[in-house]
Design a protein around this ligand. Structure first.
Ligand code: GSH
Length: 257
């Protein structure tokens, strides 16, 4: 359901899901036509070169990092800002202003968690190889799995519990919004990266796991996940599976703490 005559262009690293996936999911759920520019052949103006051109373009609000959305003259970066702008235009934002603010707030918390997930395998430097920071990654992952992940996931579970008094299943408002898609992606990525930790944790976050399964089964999302448009998980991505990072004992604090 595109609300614009000019195409929605997503600029993101072509070989990974990364943060770009949170935008892709919004387009896919609503079957909004979009161009995943850097995944197109370079002969057709795609590839990483296209992304670098947008990153260095003069004029407008120059983005620091992808994902970037370009719609005509509008060039916008920061995943949460992109989704806050895009969602009302494609039918993925809550109706009421208070619920929209809640969705935006929760999306920023998702962004915080993304950064902490990334820092489990790259605690010292983005530019260094994982192999050059393995010992620190081990400490970082232990702390993440024992302290931070239970706190974040307990928080999202609590949000669903509070909101479910009125709706039953969504993070903000009374229908599916973009932040539910992002929580789906987060839980799916965490399950890929830390299967043992997530097996222990899953029984304590039943509403979150039900939301994940509900999103995965949605008609357009299911088609997308089975399609070649869905980039597979890999160890070049944000959610990486390194067996040695997935063995800390975790326990969820009581809801609301
Ligand atoms: N807060 C930004 C983070 C953007 C970000 O870190 N992008 C990554 C890819 S997922 C990147 O390419 N970063 C390059 C850099 O930080 O130099 C967002 O949520 O969009």
């Amino acid at each position: 359901m595109a609300q614009t005559d000019v195409p929605y262009e997503l600029y993101y690293w072509p070989g990974i899901q990364g943060r770009g996936e949170l935008i892709r999911l919004a387009f896919e759920e609503t079957r909004t036509p979009y161009v995943d520019v850097a995944r197109r052949p370079s002969q057709e103006g795609g590839g990483v070169a296209a992304l670098e051109r947008v990153l260095s373009a003069a004029g407008g609000i120059r983005p620091f990092a992808p994902p970037i959305l370009k719609v005509g003259d509008l060039v916008l970066a920061q995943t949460a800002a992109i989704l806050a702008w895009l969602a009302p235009r494609i039918g993925l934002a809550p109706e009421k202003e208070g619920d929209r603010l809640a969705a935006h707030q929760h999306q920023l918390t998702v962004a915080d968690l993304y950064t902490e997930v990334h820092d489990t395998h790259h605690p010292i430097g983005v530019e260094l190889y994982y192999e050059d920071q393995r010992a620190e990654a081990r400490r970082s992952a232990e702390h993440f799995l024992s302290e931070r992940l239970p706190k974040f996931l307990g928080y999202f579970e609590d949000l669903l519990r509070r909101n479910s008094r009125s709706t039953g299943q969504y993070l903000a408002g009374d229908r599916l919004s973009y932040v539910d898609l992002s929580l789906f992606q987060m839980l799916t990525g965490l399950t890929y990266a830390f299967p043992r930790a997530m097996r222990r944790l899953a029984p304590q976050i039943p509403l979150s796991m039900a939301l994940r399964d509900h999103v995965a089964a949605r008609r357009h999302i299911a088609v997308y996940l089975a399609s070649p448009r869905r980039v597979p998980f890999s160890e070049d991505d944000i959610f990486r599976h390194y067996d040695e990072l997935d063995d800390a004992a975790i326990e969820l604090p009581p809801a609301g703490e």
